[in-house]
Design a protein around this ligand. Structure first.
Ligand code: NDP
Ligand code: HSE
Length: 439
């Protein structure tokens, strides 16, 4: 008879429901591949009386999640509650009890991952988190296992389904930001607090975990420059289109050996960049590695079943490890613990790139030369100037594309321009990533 591994599922919301569905509906398929039966033993929820998309016998449910992590018959805990308080306490208690853990909780990992992983290593248990980044895309496994023989040079990704859905709906369907966000929430893509999505924090959580995995560094969230999409206007999206670009919220990371670039911000990318055609809640990431070269992952980055698919992949790995008594075989953060270093994250002021800048200025003679003069004071050269929009509240939009510039200089110039009497609003700055940008 096949060995049974008992699973305790904490949370039966969007992702938890998907996990339960796959475990129940694909039970035989999974056991025929994994070689053990993954048995969903107990499910913890907050509200036992809630209507559910799935039928689970009430005898297998509880509203006391701590009972589940303390159940000696449970081998693997799947934490699908989210947040950084009760989820952390439950994971730590599960680890303390010697249980394997699967989570999709990138906020918790990015903020407290070092502590959780130390606890797991001490107890020689696995803490798996494939679903925390990129939904169904196997990016953690790719970096940690498939690229084990490579130096990773760079990663660029669309890692938040909610933001990509919103930007796609505004760009392609003329939706408003608010309508698109409400739809993303209804579809189960957004975090409980959607500010985490739209202000770029969720993407930064994912990038913090990825940079740690890729470069052998400690998880360092606080130094990742993070800017979300809430200030992107339909006007900027339309200008981008006229220049041959789409605006995407990108996570960008480059390995400079003694330091890394790790930043999250809206970015203009050319139509022929593969990432510019990744729309809706789809995610994608390009990884550049010294032996493998460039590779691209593409898939659903949020939602019930795609995320659950990644959780099941982790469950299969942990169940196989338990069956072969080989838990702890793969280092949680890809590198042996004593090889993990503190690597400096480059401040945003040090990056060098191209810029789209838009000013609202009074339509008076001489305004343009004052703006150009301020940019020139900091050595910033302008590639093109555009003034096509209509007057609104006495101001006209002036749009400029810059040649390569250092961000510190750009910020100083923008400060000087903002102080001009003829400039009526804060300038809008969007970075451009375009390999074929004409200098
Ligand atoms: P939901 O809000 O849909 O579900 C949360 C679940 O946790 C609910 O079932 C809730 O119970 C349960 N819960 C809350 N508090 C407790 C408690 N004290 N004890 C037991 N159960 C509790 O969240 P999601 O499924 O969207 O997200 C879960 C995790 O997955 C988060 O960390 C999120 O960041 C991550 N994630 C989400 C993705 C997505 O697409 N949604 C994708 C990738 C990761 P009840 O149902 O009774 O209210
Ligand atoms: N809120 C997240 C997103 C869920 O929209 O991408 C997946 O991590």
């Amino acid at each position: 008879m096949m060995k049974e591994i008992n699973i305790g599922l904490l949370g039966l919301g969007t992702v938890g429901t998907g996990v339960a569905k796959i475990l129940i509906e694909n039970r035989e398929l999974i056991s025929s591949r994994v070689g053990v039966v993954l048995n969903l033993k107990t499910v913890a929820v907050k509200d036992m009386n809630k209507n559910r998309d799935i039928r689970i016998d009430h005898r297998d449910m509880t509203d006391d999640a701590f009972k589940v992590v303390n159940d000696p018959d449970i081998d693997i805990i799947v934490e699908m509650i989210g947040g950084e308080t009760i989820a952390r306490d439950l994971i730590l208690e599960a680890i303390e009890n010697g249980k394997q853990v699967v989570t999709a909780n990138k906020a918790l990992l990015a903020n407290q991952g070092t502590h959780l992983m130390k606890a797991a290593v001490e107890k020689r248990v696995d803490l798996a988190f494939e679903a925390s980044i990129g939904g169904c895309m196997p990016i953690v496994k790719t970096i940690r296992e498939s690229l084990v023989g490579n130096h990773i040079k760079a990663m660029t990704g669309i890692l938040n389904g909610t933001c990509n859905y919103i930007l796609s709906k505004i760009t392609d369907d003329g939706s408003t930001f608010e309508t698109a966000l409400a739809e993303a929430q209804k579809k189960g893509y957004a975090e409980t607090n959607p500010t985490l999505d739209v202000e770029g924090t969720d993407t930064a959580h994912k990038l913090a975990i990825l940079t740690a995995l890729a470069y052998g560094m400690e998880i360092n969230l606080k130094d990742i420059y993070t800017e979300g999409i809430s200030k992107i206007t339909p006007m900027d999206i339309e200008y981008a289109r006229q220049f041959g670009y789409r605006i995407k919220l990108l996570a960008i990371s480059k390995n400079h050996e003694d330091s890394v670039e790790a930043r999250v911000h809206p970015t203009m990318i050319p139509f022929n960049n593969l990432l510019s055609n990744v729309n809706g809640c789809l995610n994608s990431i390009t990884v550049s590695a010294d032996a493998a070269g460039d590779m691209l992952h593409y898939g659903y980055g949020a939602g019930m079943m795609p995320t659950a698919s990644a959780v099941i992949s982790d469950l299969a790995d942990l169940a196989r490890n338990l069956a072969s008594e080989s838990s702890g075989r793969i280092p949680l953060l890809a590198y042996q613990v004593d090889k993990i270093k503190k690597i400096r994250v480059m401040p945003i002021e040090d990056i060098v790139t191209h810029y789209y800048i838009r000013f609202a200025a009074q339509d008076h003679p001489g305004v343009l030369s004052k703006i150009s003069g301020a940019l020139g004071n900091y050595g910033i050269s302008i590639k093109s100037v555009h003034q096509k929009g209509r007057k609104a509240n006495g101001s006209v939009p002036i749009v400029m594309l810059s040649h390569t510039a250092r961000e510190a200089n750009m910020l100083k110039a923008l400060k000087e321009i903002t102080d001009l009497n003829s400039v009526t609003d804060k300038p809008c700055l969007i970075r451009i990533e375009d390999e074929n940008y004409e200098e």
